[in-house]
Write a protein that binds this ligand. Structure first.
Ligand SMILES: CSC[C@H]1O[C@H](OP(=O)(O)O)[C@H](O)[C@@H]1O
Length: 342
């Protein structure tokens, strides 16, 4: 997870410098947590929600008053717009404050979100691994492992579980420009787990599919609409189009906390637009390497939306759903979506 509360102090592993620099940061104010989320020091749809929730809990235990905490909830909710987990988690915390002993209820709700995500990842891993045949070569995009969740991950949790079951898989890891979550974080995680992988640039994926070297694509998600459309890291849509063209199964793996029962379709999902500097060069432990003209006009949408028509499986904590299931409302509240406000 790369996140811990120690003696009332929240500490997080700064992912922006990994894997070259492993640096833990103490985060003790709401603005500092907002900065950490926006700079992707902590990232991944489930983990940013958990980080924000634990930050609110730390402030509640520090004695912040009700109005201060409610303001903090709304400030953190706005930190990044696309991943629904953050907003869902803030809603859960607000709901908890209706209790008589609201301070204790809030802290318990935050802890439950973190502990619950561990179990959700295990369920996703088990359900997804059952889909995978021995020897499959599976392509994944961005980072969806222990650095994006409180547990073993979503898509990467499926790959980890399949590996643990000795299915002999091999993974193609998209580097995932511009911030290289795949090349920096997924490669680091899979290497540590001993999962065979090959790092590729994003523009290699379609050619590998054309040569019959990809058996399946499994990615994460940041927000899944009721109709099954899924927002995920930029580049996912192109993978889905290529997989569809080549008849390759394309799965999205996510917990129910990534579902947005209030979102009918993917065209309604706000796509975060990020700084031009991220595209003009690569910032990392080696410092900023800028290769584009400093004034190069840039587009930098951080996510894209894959329509349900290009997705063959939704690997959720409640099970694996196909397009017929989704068309029959499996992702609406009551199906895979359980109620967020139990
Ligand atoms: C386990 S979902 C992780 C999800 O979040 C990533 O985005 P970011 O690195 O910008 O937080 C990416 O979309 C992953 O699929």
């Amino acid at each position: 997870m790369g996140l811990a509360v120690i003696d009332g102090q929240l500490e997080l592993l700064d992912q922006s410098q990994l894997p070259q620099v492993e640096r833990w940061l103490a985060i003790d104010t709401i603005p500092a947590m907002v900065e950490a989320i926006q700079a992707l020091r902590v990232r991944g749809a489930p983990l940013i929600a958990i980080a924000a929730a634990l930050m609110i809990a730390v402030r509640a235990e520090a004695g912040d008053d009700r109005e201060t905490l409610l303001d903090a909830i709304e400030t953190l909710r706005a930190a990044r717009p696309t991943a629904v987990n953050l907003s869902n988690a803030m809603d859960v915390l607000r709901q908890s404050m209706a209790a008589t002993d609201w301070r204790a209820a809030l802290v318990e709700a935050a802890d439950d979100l973190a502990d619950g995500d561990v179990a959700l990842c295990e369920a996703i891993g088990d359900h997804g691994a059952a889909l995978i045949a021995p020897g499959e070569r599976i392509l994944t995009h961005c980072n969806t492992g222990g650095l994006a969740t409180a547990g073993i991950g979503t898509a990467l949790g499926v790959l980890r579980r399949a590996h643990e079951q000795d299915k002999g898989i091999a993974v193609w890891v998209d580097e995932t420009r511009p911030l290289l979550q795949g090349g920096r974080l997924t490669a680091w995680e899979l290497g540590a787990l001993g999962v065979p992988y090959t790092l590729i640039t994003d523009n290699m994926a379609a050619a590998l599919m054309a040569r019959g070297q990809v058996d399946r694509v499994i990615v994460g998600a940041d927000r899944i609409a009721v109709n099954g459309d899924a927002a995920n890291k930029i580049g996912t849509y192109g993978l889905a189009v290529a997989a569809h063209y080549h008849g390759i199964p394309f799965a999205v793996a996510a917990p129910y906390t990534t579902l947005d029962p209030a979102c009918a379709s993917g065209d309604l999902i706000e796509i975060e637009q990020r700084a031009a500097a991220e595209v003009r060069g690569v910032a990392g432990a080696a410092g900023d390497l800028c290769w584009a003209p400093a004034d190069a006009p840039v587009a930098n949408p951080a996510f894209d939306v894959t329509p349900a028509a290009l997705i063959t499986h939704w690997i959720m904590d409640a099970g694996v759903f196909d397009r017929a299931d989704v068309a029959n409302g499996a992702l609406a509240t009551g199906g895979a979506a359980k109620s967020l406000f139990q």
